[in-house]
Design a protein around this ligand. Sequence first.
Ligand SMILES: [Zn+2]
Ligand SMILES: [Zn+2]
Length: 55
Amino acid sequence: MTTVNQMKCACVSCLCIVSLSDAINKDGKPYCSDACANGHSEGEGCGHTGCSCDA
Ligand SMILES: [Zn+2]
Ligand SMILES: [Zn+2]
């Protein structure tokens, strides 16, 4: 049985795909990193290759 358990990071400017088992959940949404979960409050990106969600 295959379960789809990957979602795009809930950060709108982030392109990353996260598996729900690894995601950081905040307000019921999955994020790929603390930076995304915090809304990039410190101007940090998630650090994932090819992603510029810190912009
Ligand atoms: Zn990202
Ligand atoms: Zn993200």
